[in-house]
Design a protein around this ligand. Structure first.
Ligand code: SAH
Length: 262
């Protein structure tokens, strides 16, 4: 998304496994498609053979704003969360997570985000709630959910400056004051936490496994997501080697979240 934003994309919509990027009508889409083709070849040569598909269509100008907004209706997640854009009315009796879907990943329209929220809700009573780390915060959604679940001190980090900017804006929209946003990754977090949530990809989670384990308090919890089911075993091995114990794999689907305890 960072690359597409730099290229001039005006906004994104996440649909299941697809990412829809909107560009102005004057945009040179043919050149972008050629560049994406090159990227696909480079990834293949590099041994990453994830299927990368793309297509483009022209959306009539007059309803662009409205049709983009239509994709973002309130979304109930787990027992108590509702994710909604700022132009929708908050739901009474729910934990409302207000997310402006403009710039970063994490609007709840991807199942990895939703399963993180479900696991956060399920395990919140099993750890102390003094501190929470949202590693790879994107829109800030998980950090905001942690604040509303009652964690007292929350840190959100991301290596993408567009994400930290978006998360600061979303934190403001939610009126929560106990989240500190930092640019970077585990290098930006010297402290230990009661809960660390990271919805990144398997390769990054494996790379960060030791640091995640080191930065958990005794009986702390790690919720790791963004993991393709076939890569789960590799992640479990790395995280167990780092000293954590697997408590749950959720759900048993194409993507899984793994819950570990120290
Ligand atoms: N937490 C959100 C967003 C997940 S997308 C949610 O659950 O929906 C993953 C985010 O991790 C992206 O914003 C990306 O920029 C960030 N990221 C990728 N590698 C990272 C790393 N090594 N350290 C910190 N953040 C990283």
């Amino acid at each position: 998304m960072e690359v597409l934003t730099r290229k001039g994309s005006l906004g994104f919509l996440e649909e299941e496994q697809d990412l829809v990027a909107y560009f102005p009508g004057t945009f040179d889409i043919k050149t972008l498609v050629r560049e994406l083709d090159v990227l696909k070849t480079v990834l293949k040569i590099g041994g990453i053979d994830e299927e990368l598909r793309f297509s483009s269509t022209l959306v009539p100008d007059q309803d662009w704003n409205e049709s983009w907004k239509k994709g973002f209706t309130p979304l109930d997640v787990g027992k108590s969360f509702t994710i909604l854009p700022p132009w929708e009315e908050q739901r009474s009796g729910r934990i409302n997570l207000i997310i402006d879907p403009g710039m970063a990943f994490g609007t709840g329209h991807h199942e990895t985000t939703r399963s993180c929220l479900v696991m956060m809700e399920k395990y919140e009573g099993r750890t102390a709630k003094d501190s929470f780390l949202d590693l790879g915060t994107g829109t800030g959604l998980l950090a905001i959910a942690a604040a509303k679940l009652g964690y007292r001190r929350i840190v959100a980090v991301d290596t993408d400056p567009l994400a930290t900017e978006a998360s600061r804006m979303n934190i403001g929209l939610n009126g929560v004051t106990n989240i500190e946003v930092r640019d970077g990754s585990m290098d930006a977090v010297p402290e230990k936490y009661d809960c660390i949530a990271a919805n990144i990809i398997s390769g990054v989670l494996i790379m960060l496994a030791d640091q995640i384990a080191e930065h958990l308090n005794e009986s702390g919890l790690a919720i790791l997501s963004g993991i393709l089911a076939e890569q789960a075993e590799e992640v479990v091995t790395a995280v167990e080697q780092a000293g954590l114990k697997l408590k749950e794999t959720y759900p048993d689907d194409k993507w899984v979240s793994l819950v570990f305890m120290k």
